[in-house]
Ligand binder design. Structure first.
Ligand code: ADP
Ligand code: SF4
Length: 691
């Protein structure tokens, strides 16, 4: 749709906005976000940012860029500006960001009390001494910055400002949010326990940031815009509360060129859709714009153009800040600009992207499987290669893997037949979206179903559970088996490698509960050896059904992998407040009439738990035998005209939804590609000796 057919109420989003000496072309502001790559994978990060530039963002930021080797939050997934040799890689980043007219921003960080310095081995320096406050509770303390130390730090920042300008950036963002940046450590009484001129009153606590901004202006000759990224609220009796934040902004109203407001901790700011709605920080940010003449940016997992317009019209925000929505759809601004609302790939708020950062891996996105593969694999969120030498493809199963494969192959121009056993598209997400808190996950299916619907070359067939014999009868050139997985009914997963005695009690699986079966009352023992979201979500469902829930897990905490999606504390506290009884570090030994005997995973001490039913959340196995059946009849393929049969997604190996979408993408991208033999299927950077 051409630009001028966009309804005029969205025009406000495309007005240019001044940020100090710079002019942003529109109000779409990609706030700094991690990506699991950092300085270790510079080209992957550069091309990821370039894709956002192409997608129409007005401002694009780097992730946390550490300015000095005396402070690093993780050993390898942030950017670094430690000395001049870091400039070329960051210059490439700035060039990529500016390639389509966006302003290029660099987020500068000195982590202070949040940097354990595991790589540099320097003694951490903080505003006040104390244990390092990382997620991983590193057993390291920081020493306080004395006056000389503060002077050193200001000099290091000055050097970083110079280097950032030399690298070609337009905006410097001083990081003081999420508890991670030293500006916040100075501002907050929780981390600033000083009694000199940098501690005590708000004016004193604001001294460092004031000096820093003045020096940034001086060093960059007023040519760069300077912003502060700060938390809107820090919990705790001494925390930098929203009231104090407002006092500070009023006091220093015109100090930075832009106020970039994030929620509180990273967990609070990047809440999942299970716990936080779109625009959740509105109450904390409303009214701040009136305290300053400088523009204000805020975040809120914004994917709805109407919500964005309302925030701007009501004078809450000047810029629509986005990290995850820009990951899920780098082309969000362009799609709104062109009125292509139905093409927006909305973030589902699952925080799989965050888990990449938390585990030190290249980040994935559930909705956008091309994220961080722009350089590594040459994938693009909106473009695909034209069709290769073959033509007709059959995909069995319309879950995330099958739908994504159909979408990519459809775009490439293949004749695609998508056969689905059931009556809906989406596979597991069609079922899981009905569970408590997971409705946004349905977007995985809705986006893809919406995209393939108008494609004349993709035909969808429902109630078509295919057998190997039928597939051989059809005679497609390529067959993708994306038939998914089902949950096991026994304990076999991580803790138990074999089944245990299991008789006398009804046992249900997550699939049963999602199909509306299972207990609607009584006491249910839920055994979770999966450790992601399913166990706790089903506990919530069972409570809503009127059951009493005994939650048994061999782990020392509920849903322990959700530390990586920033949800663990929220999940455990929700279950506790719902009255779910937690049996941590326990695993069932036997299930019999009336309940289960469990044993402590540390001491082996036994415990009897009375129950009327059991729900097993353990592991999954392939849903049907289509893949193995076709493999067994390999000798018949040629006569049927079949060249390849490929099992993808959960049918291949069960994993989170993002893995299935990725598998579908990969199948679609690589069909008819060259045989690369044993070569690596992605590009990587190999460190060169530099001295
Ligand atoms: P994935 O996560 O790998 O995409 P899902 O379990 O979400 O897998 O989806 C698999 C889909 O495949 C389900 O919708 C299921 O109904 C469908 N399916 C399972 N077996 C067959 C089959 N033999 N033929 C066609 N569709 C099937
Ligand atoms: Fe959104 Fe999930 Fe993608 Fe992160 S991984 S951007 S939360 S859809």
């Amino acid at each position: 749709m051409p630009k001028d057919t966009r309804p005029s109420r969205y025009d406000i989003l495309f007005e240019p906005v001044r940020i100090g000496p710079k002019l942003a072309k529109n109000r779409f502001f990609q706030v700094p976000h991690c990506n699991g790559g950092g300085y270790r994978d510079p080209s992957a990060v550069v091309e990821m940012r370039r894709t956002k530039a192409e997608g129409g963002w007005g401002v694009i930021f780097t992730e946390q860029t550490e300015i000095h080797h005396t402070s690093e939050i993780t050993p390898f997934i942030e950017q670094r500006l430690w000395d001049d040799r870091d400039i070329p890689a960051l210059a490439r980043m700035a060039e990529a960001m500016k390639s389509h007219g966006a302003l290029a921003g660099i987020q500068m960080a000195y982590s202070g009390i949040n940097g354990p310095n595991l790589y540099s081995r320097e003694v951490p320096r903080a505003v006040s001494p104390g244990p390092i406050l990382t997620f991983t509770a590193d057993p390291v303390q920081a020493r306080p910055l004395d006056r000389d130390g503060i002077r050193d730090l200001r000099r290091w920042y000055r050097k970083a400002f110079r280097r950032a300008q030399d690298a070609g950036f337009d905006i410097v963002c001083l990081y003081g949010a999420h508890g991670f940046g030293i500006l916040q450590h100075f501002l907050s009484r929780a981390t600033n326990r000083r009694s000199d001129e940098y501690g005590g009153s708000l004016e004193n606590r604001a001294r460092f940031v004031t000096e820093l901004i003045e020096e940034a202006r001086e060093e960059t000759k007023g040519e760069m815009a300077i912003s502060i990224r700060m938390s809107l609220h820090e919990d705790g009796p001494l925390g930098f509360s929203n009231a104090e934040v407002r006092e500070f902004i009023e006091m220093k109203a015109d100090l930075p060129d832009l106020w970039d407001l994030a929620q509180g901790t990273w967990d609070a700011c990047s809440g999942t859709s299970r716990f936080k709605d779109e625009g959740a920080q509105e109450a904390l940010v409303r009214g701040i714009k009136a305290l300053t003449s400088k523009p204000v940016v805020g975040v809120g997992r914004f994917t709805s153009p109407d919500a964005m317009v309302r925030q701007v019209r009501q004078g809450i925000l000047d810029f629509i800040g986005a990290a995850r929505p820009s990951i899920a759809d780098p082309f969000l601004p362009q799609k709104i600009e062109q009125g292509r609302f139905e093409d927006i790939r909305e973030c589902i708020g699952c925080n799989i992207c965050v888990s990449g950062d938390m585990t030190g891996a290249i980040s994935r996105c559930t909705q956008n499987p091309t994220f961080m593969e722009e350089w590594r694999k040459g994938w693009h969120p909106e473009r695909v290669a034209p069709r290769g030498k073959s033509d007709r493809v059959l995909i069995a199963g319309a879950g995330p893997a099958g739908l994504e494969a159909a979408l990519v192959l459809g775009r490439r121009g293949y004749q695609v037949t998508l056969a689905e056993a059931g009556t809906t598209l989406g596979g597991r997400v069609a079922r899981e979206r009905a569970l408590p808190g997971l409705s946004a996950w349905g977007r995985v299916a809705d986006y893809r179903a919406g995209q393939i619907a108008p494609m004349p070359n993709v035909s969808v067939h429902y109630e078509s559970r295919l057998s190997a014999a039928e597939v051989l009868d059809f005679g497609f050139q390529h067959v993708a088996v994306a038939t998914g997985a089902v949950w096991r009914r026994d304990v076999v997963a991580r803790h138990h490698l074999d089944a245990i005695p299991q008789a006398g009690l009804p046992v249900f699986t997550p699939d049963d509960l999602m199909a509306g079966q299972g207990p609607f009352g009584g006491t249910v023992l839920l055994y979770d050896d999966d450790h992601f979201y399913m166990g706790s979500v089903l506990a919530e469902l069972l409570v809503a059904r009127g059951c009493r829930v005994e939650f048994v897990t061999p782990a020392a905490k509920v849903a322990e992998w959700t530390e990586n999606t920033l949800e663990q504390r929220l999940i455990q506290s929700r279950l506790m407040s719902l009255g779910v009884t937690l049996h941590l570090s326990q695993a069932p030994q036997a299930i019999g009439p009336g309940g289960a005997r469990t044993v402590c995973t540390y001491t082996g001490q036994a415990r009897d738990i009375a129950a009327d039913a059991v729900v097993m959340v353990t592991s999954r196995v392939a849903a049907d035998s289509l893949g193995p059946d076709l493999a067994a009849r390999r000798a018949d393929w040629a006569a049927a005209g079949i060249t390849s049969v490929t099992v993808i997604g959960d049918a291949d190996a069960p994993a989170p939804i993002a893995w299935a979408v990725y598998a579908g993408r990969r199948y679609g991208e690589e069909l008819d590609g060259p045989d690369i033999g044993d070569a690596l299927p992605f590009r990587r950077e190999i460190a060169q000796r530099t001295e």
